[in-house]
Design a binder for this molecule. Structure first.
Ligand SMILES: [Zn+2]
Length: 381
């Protein structure tokens, strides 16, 4: 993987290259970025650059012996660790190395869900267990075969749990010429002891334009459709890829119906929606739906503030945004966004969807129909 194969992130790429040029490559680094942000791809490109035998000013050469092996992920001094399903036959992450190479090379922006699906582990929980932590220690204790630097890329240390402690000493005092690149999505979920021992590389979600460019140039999608998908994906390439398979925006109709029931205070319809429709979506889609709803409300605010040129929508979504912006006030919209953000957080924390969505619906009725702003939430977890 070369830097040029990854869209956007020019600043981060420059920074990473400078650490090599200025000879200040830190031996343990944490690539923190949300799902679909390319954080894993950047870590791989960085490792390839460090070991390239013919480094160019702004990228690895792509042709040397090291680059050739890196590009297929078969370099003997490049190691990966990632969440997996441990069984008797597959005791450590490298039992899945072939699938891993295939998945990453097919989609370097992959999410954990995408990876899980390629593993086909049913409902089991993928994680990084103690046997894997010991396997990492073992691998890194060998001398490097041919590269300057041995590299371990550990994807999603969030799934290390307490096993992470076994790795602390290694992260703190790694063997000579050994790099630890941890790639994580959620800083709150990894051990503080790991965070304090690593240098942070922060990676933002992709911009709307980056996602549009990716979809039009690499997936041959028309620019109007790409704009629509990019809006829903909100900077997450994996999400954009998932959406390509849908014929139409799966969230728009749902949002319209929901809001219609809310602004008319249609109690029975709201209850049905919360009892049946929302739980059926499953947690990931509930979260995506909420992010979509938040984004739409933000577009409505832009429209209302006379910033139509910044609105990223077209067609019936744009019509909807126009109409809604004429009928509701800024405080109402802001309060609703606030509420949906809290809801997103609670979905992530495993709240019961029926109760949660009913509660948020009733609060939205108060906000939009009665212009009453509830103090905090009535819902207690
Ligand atoms: Zn090279």
């Amino acid at each position: 993987m070369q830097f040029k194969n990854i869209i956007g992130h020019e600043q981060v790429k420059k920074h990473l290259i400078n650490t090599v040029k200025e000879n200040r490559v830190s031996h343990a680094q944490l690539f923190l970025g949300p799902e679909g942000s390319g954080n894993l791809a950047l870590a791989v490109a960085y490792a390839q650059y460090i070991n390239c035998e013919n480094k160019q000013a702004s990228d690895s050469c792509g042709n040397c012996n090291s680059c050739n092996k890196y590009q297929k992920l078969i370099h003997p001094d490049l190691h990966f660790s990632y969440p997996f399903y441990a069984t008797k036959e597959t005791p450590v992450a490298s039992s899945y190395l072939e699938q891993w190479r295939k998945s990453f090379l097919a989609n370097p922006y992959l999410s954990l869900d995408y990876w899980r699906e390629s593993l086909d582990g049913g409902n089991k929980q993928a994680n990084i267990n103690i046997a894997e932590a010991h396997d990492i220690i073992k691998k890194l204790s060998f001398k490097s075969f041919e590269a300057d630097y041995k590299v371990l890329i550990l994807w999603l240390p969030e799934y290390l749990d307490i096993q992470g402690n076994a790795l602390l000493k290694l992260i703190e005092e790694p063997p000579e010429k050994t790099l630890f690149l941890l790639v994580c999505e959620n800083q709150d979920r990894i051990l503080n002891t790991i965070i304090s021992r690593t240098q942070l590389i922060k990676i933002n979600k992709f911009s709307h334009q980056d996602v549009v460019k990716y979809l039009t140039e690499q997936k041959s999608i028309t620019s109007s459709r790409a704009a629509e998908l990019a809006f829903i994906a909100d900077g997450n390439i994996q999400q954009a890829l998932n959406l390509i398979e849908h014929d139409e925006n799966p969230y728009f109709k749902r949002l319209i119906s929901w809001l219609r029931f809310i602004v008319t205070d249609s109690g029975l319809n709201i209850i049905k929606f919360c009892d049946v429709d929302f739980p059926k979506l499953g947690r990931e889609n509930q979260k995506n739906f909420l992010l979509y709803a938040i984004n739409m409300l933000r577009q409505i605010i832009l429209m209302q503030q006379g910033l139509e040129q910044l609105v990223l929508l077209q067609g019936e979504e744009l019509e909807f945004v126009k109409k809604f912006s004429e009928n509701y006030s800024l405080p109402q919209l802001e309060e609703a966004i606030n509420l949906l953000e809290q809801t997103h957080y609670k979905v992530e924390r495993n709240a019961n969807p029926k109760i949660l969505f009913l509660d948020v619906s009733l609060q939205l009725v108060l906000i939009f129909k009665y212009q009453t702003f509830p103090q905090g939430t009535q819902y207690i977890q």
